[in-house]
Design a protein around this ligand. Structure first.
Ligand SMILES: [Zn+2]
Length: 465
């Protein structure tokens, strides 16, 4: 199946714009060929087919309405990519002889090519892009084709809306000046950048195999190798797939919006507590006290839930690790990863707190609930985030740092609290973590259909009939 969300929409618009097919015929063919249009490419999931048909209708309506509203329309679609090339005879100090600037989107020009338009596409409604991005797009449209036009427009389109939004309309000279000021310094920063930071982008980075910043190991020796592109997996991905493979594919792989999702009250309480603790633990934290004020997210809860959240926060004071902390990872939201080389999967998770004490990195997960944890069920099975954290740390994360590490579960209830510790070097803990994550990851990796419904696992982790 294709994992390029906007690919099917782009192919459909190509058919309408370059082959002159009418919209109804394009939609028929999209549905009939499952988005392949007869080319030898992977078909789209039925959920993506339906989404792409709606997106195609929206695109065509937005495009027509926009061109009608313009004094000089850009009604001629441009097939070849605009590209700015800088070539030099000898390699520069970076060892590079050629630089290219291009922009992904759809291209149009006026009949006389005095005006060009670059359309930037997104998955939801047209949303603001940083000025560096729109100026870089305009710069490519101005100087990446045959001779510069007089004027360039940049238009934003979001696949769930039939209204496109023009965000930039400037002369070529204005764009040149703006690009020098806004885009050039950023481009220099990017081409000069040599820092490696392991994270979500490892899945698409060509340097991932053998990268010095990315810990690598055979995290799940019992899971069979399955061919396919490299991907990132978190516990959220694994749970989505366990609940409904189609939902995993549409929501987590294609990033299509989940509609009709209503969060439960305990989840909202947990999230409000997490947000308050995150705020308190940022900067130069002191030890939290039971009467410290709760954050805005707590104030937004129902009255009764606010009381529970405050009681839970008061319990945290007993387990707050500050101020005896040597270092906190700067970005509290960072995604800590390890590469499973044989499966070519980047496993990752975001700790609620990642701190160093006594030369040990501690990955802390905070979980809130009304009841105590069950003693008749393994802890790693009740909280799979801990299992994945154990595996990621056992591979040498964060950042391939040698030395000790530990996983903590801070369990907070309105009427009590507990701290559980797990050692990622303990073979029994690692074996249990491999079992828990392997039972979730195995069916996901082997699934090429992502059919709707309940996945291959029951809650206890055994194969369903
Ligand atoms: Zn604290």
């Amino acid at each position: 199946m294709t994992d390029f969300t906007l690919g099917t929409l782009m192919d459909a618009v190509n058919l309408a714009e370059f082959d002159g097919r009418n919209d109804a015929a394009v939609i028929d063919e999209l549905a009939r060929t499952q988005g392949t249009f007869g080319a030898g490419k992977p078909p789209a999931h039925s959920g993506l087919v339906a989404w792409s048909i709606e997106a195609f209708r929206n695109y065509r309506a937005a495009w027509r309405a926009h061109q009608e509203a313009m004094p000089t329309p850009c009604s001629v679609p441009v097939r070849s990519r605009w590209k700015i090339s800088h070539r030099r005879d000898a390699a520069d100090h970076r060892g590079v002889r050629q630089y290219e600037q291009t922009c992904w989107g759809r291209r149009y020009r006026s009949e006389d090519d005095h005006i060009r338009e670059m359309w930037l596409l997104g998955l939801t409604t047209p949303s603001g892009r940083p000025e560096e991005v729109t100026t870089a797009a305009a710069n490519v449209a101005a100087f990446g084709g045959n001779g510069p036009p007089d004027q360039v427009r940049v238009v934003l389109f979001g696949a769930t809306s039939s209204v496109a939004v023009p965000v930039l309309d400037r002369t070529t000279e204005q764009i040149r000046a703006r690009a020098r000021e806004k885009v050039a310094p950023r481009l220099l920063e990017i081409v000069d950048g040599t820092t490696r930071q392991a994270g979500r982008d490892c899945a698409v980075c060509p340097d991932t195999p053998g990268c010095a910043a990315l810990p690598a190991a055979d995290l799940l020796p019992e899971v069979t190798t399955v061919p396919g592109p490299r991907r990132t997996l978190s516990v959220t991905d694994l749970r989505y797939h366990q609940g409904c493979p189609a939902r995993y594919h549409l929501r987590r792989q294609l990033h299509l919006r989940d509609t009709g999702l209503i969060e439960s009250r305990p989840i909202l309480i947990g999230r409000a507590v997490d947000a308050t603790l995150r705020d308190r633990h940022t900067g130069r934290p002191r030890r939290c006290r039971p009467d410290d004020p709760a954050g805005e997210d707590v104030a937004a809860l129902l009255k009764e839930d606010q009381r529970s959240a405050r009681e839970i926060l008061a319990r945290h004071a007993t387990l707050c690790p500050f101020p005896d902390v040597e270092e906190v990872r700067d970005d509290q939201h960072q995604f800590i990863v390890a590469h499973h080389t044989r499966l070519d999967v980047v496993f990752g998770g975001t700790p609620d707190l990642l701190y160093r004490r006594a030369d040990t990195w501690v990955w802390r997960e905070t979980k809130t609930s009304r009841r105590r944890l069950r003693r008749d069920r393994p802890l790693l099975r009740q909280v799979p985030q801990l299992a994945l954290a154990v595996l990621i740390l056992s591979a040498g994360a964060p950042g391939r740092s040698p030395g000790r590490s530990r996983v903590e579960l801070e369990h907070l209830r309105p009427d009590g609290c507990a701290l559980e510790e797990l050692d990622p070097v303990n073979p029994a803990v690692v074996a249990e973590a491999r079992k828990v994550i392997g039972e979730l990851a195995g069916p996901l990796l082997g699934d090429t259909a992502c059919a709707p419904g309940v996945a291959h696992l029951t809650a206890s982790g055994r194969s369903a009939p």
